[in-house]
Design a protein around this ligand. Structure first.
Ligand SMILES: NC(=O)c1ccc[n+]([C@@H]2O[C@H](COP(=O)([O-])OP(=O)(O)OC[C@H]3O[C@@H](n4cnc5c(N)ncnc54)[C@H](OP(=O)(O)O)[C@@H]3O)[C@@H](O)[C@H]2O)c1
Length: 225
């Protein structure tokens, strides 16, 4: 049974991606900072017959993430798909700051969260993937990562997420010949805030589709009102 690890798994898109891949026979490893949160998600997936377990780790804490992935490997074996999609809208260090006022102090926590977390998560899975010659890594950010001009008020976030996007596209090119597919999804929507196209279950279909097609580095999803 292949395994998907979702770093930044919550009740929104994380749960929907887990369910979509779980439905196809994937085991699901859910990673977030709060054990109770991921345990609850694993229990919910279990009701659908999906083999899932939660692992508490902060993606910005490399050592904690390493311990989390050691637990994942012990429980499920190698990770075939990594989804990096954390979201922490309530964290004051990650607040949006407009382009005319943004400082380096506003940007550094964003870089730590997006780029630092993304690199740390990749380091946990990439050596095994290249060794096996198979694997998929999917990064998710908001649409400003690819199009910062769409929301100048979100400049601090766009800069951090844009750095992750640059890393994702670079990694795509670097490992394409090793059987590893790296994809980036700039998500221009408010999840669950509009019609069916904004619902996380609908968006998760986009992830399953890009996973099965295995082509292209960037897969934008746009559902703005
Ligand atoms: N929500 C939107 O409208 C929206 C719009 C555009 C793009 N996106 C992108 O879509 C993705 C999913 O968003 P979502 O809102 O649906 O999220 P979600 O899957 O409901 O939850 C994400 C989870 O990430 C966890 N998290 C936060 N910081 C973390 C860290 N440092 N290390 C590990 N886990 C962490 C949080 O759980 P803990 O608190 O337990 O850590 C949170 O529950 C994200 O990449 C986000 O940037 C979302």
């Amino acid at each position: 049974m292949p395994t998907i690890a979702i770093v930044g798994a919550g009740s929104g898109l994380g749960l929907s991606i887990a369910r979509r891949f779980g439905r196809e026979g994937f085991a699901v490893a859910l990673v977030s900072r709060t054990q109770a949160n991921v345990d609850e998600l694993a229990e919910e997936l279990g009701k659908d017959g999906i083999d899932a377990a939660g692992f508490a780790a902060d993606a910005t804490d490399t050592r904690a993430l390493g311990a989390g992935f050691a637990g994942i490997t012990a429980r499920f074996g190698p990770v075939e798909v990594l989804s990096f999609s954390p979201s922490a809208p309530g964290d004051p260090r990650l607040r949006p700051v407009t382009a005319t006022e943004v400082t380096l102090a506003d940007v550094l926590p964003q870089l730590d969260f997006y780029l630092g977390g993304g690199i740390a998560a990749v380091q946990q899975v990439l050596p095994g993937m290249t060794e096996r010659g198979s694997g998929t890594i999917i990064f998710t950010t908001g649409g400003t990562s690819a199009n910062p001009g769409m929301r100048p008020a979100f400049a601090s976030i766009a800069i951090g997420a844009g750095a992750l996007r640059t890393y994702a596209l670079s990694l795509h090119a670097a490992v394409a010949g090793d059987g590893v597919h790296v994809a980036h999804v700039p998500l221009s929507t408010w999840i669950g805030q509009g019609g069916p196209e904004t619902q996380p279950d609908t968006i998760a279909e986009h992830y399953w589709s890009l996973y099965t097609r295995r082509e292209g580095a960037e897969h934008p999803y746009v559902a703005l009102p």
